[in-house]
Design a protein around this ligand. Structure first.
Ligand SMILES: Nc1nc2c(c(=O)[nH]1)N[C@H]1C(S)=C(S)[C@@H](COP(=O)(O)O)O[C@H]1N2
Ligand SMILES: [Mo]
Length: 220
């Protein structure tokens, strides 16, 4: 894919509302919690269902058309199709979801390819420090290499043993459990390793560049 995103993400009332929450500091408690002693981060409440949050456009990507590119500051650019992606090493991982709009959901069983393997397959250059995720709906989000390569982070294609549904980001989404869920890009299209940070869709709309739920890094 070219460096410029060809897709323009939609503007919507919900997008504008969420941008306003960043201005107002909505849901902030000023409390910090520790993952070792508390399971629910400050300002969060537990839900049993699984809410859908996105820009309102849910791209339908057939597995025969689906591609995932890994490029940028790497030794070897990689482009997987569904077949070659399925041949990569697989892991199962159970983790909690924490969304910045204040809901959390426990015990999500994900299956997919560990992000560590992506780094090995492409060979990250020493000067690469950031990872920019690009999605089929035009969404982007940014992470440091360390956060992206966290041991429980993966490119998930299944949830609770079933293929990830379209509304939750299928065929493949990122899952980075230790950060707010907006960092977990749905409908993943491209993983760009970069020497420079490039704040993504929510990061340029008042949301925190890092997004740690335990220290309430909700807004910038
Ligand atoms: N491509 C894409 N990924 C995205 C989003 C989006 O709009 N587009 N929204 C983010 C936000 S804000 C959240 S909270 C989670 C929601 O994931 P879910 O709908 O599966 O709960 O996806 C994240 N990943
Ligand atoms: Mo979100």
């Amino acid at each position: 894919m070219a460096d410029d995103d060809p897709i323009v993400p939609p503007d919507s009332k919900f997008t504008r509302t969420k941008a306003a929450w960043a201005d107002q500091g909505r849901f902030l408690t000023g409390r910090t919690a520790r993952p070792e002693t508390e399971r629910l981060p400050p300002g969060q409440h537990l839900v049993k269902n699984w809410p859908v949050l996105d820009l309102g456009v849910e791209p339908a990507i057939d597995k025969t058309q689906w591609r995932l590119d890994v490029d940028g500051a790497v030794e070897t650019s990689v482009s997987w199709n569904w077949q070659t992606f399925s041949e990569q090493p697989q892991v199962d991982n159970v983790s909690d979801i924490h969304c910045v709009t204040s809901w959390s959901r426990y015990d999500n069983a994900w299956t997919g390819v560990p992000t560590m393997h992506i780094a090995e397959a492409a060979g990250i250059l020493p000067q690469a420090r950031f990872v920019i995720l690009h999605s089929y709906d035009g969404y982007t989000t940014n992470l440091t290499i360390e956060d992206f390569l966290s041991p429980d982070a993966l490119l998930a294609h299944s949830w609770q043993g079933e293929p990830l549904t379209r509304e939750h980001g299928g065929p493949v989404r990122l899952v980075v459990p230790h950060l707010y869920f907006w960092k977990s890009a749905k409908w993943l299209r491209r993983i760009e390793f970069s020497t420079q940070d490039k704040p993504g869709f929510w990061e340029v709309r008042g949301y925190h560049n890092h997004g740690d739920p335990w220290t309430e890094e909700r807004y910038s």
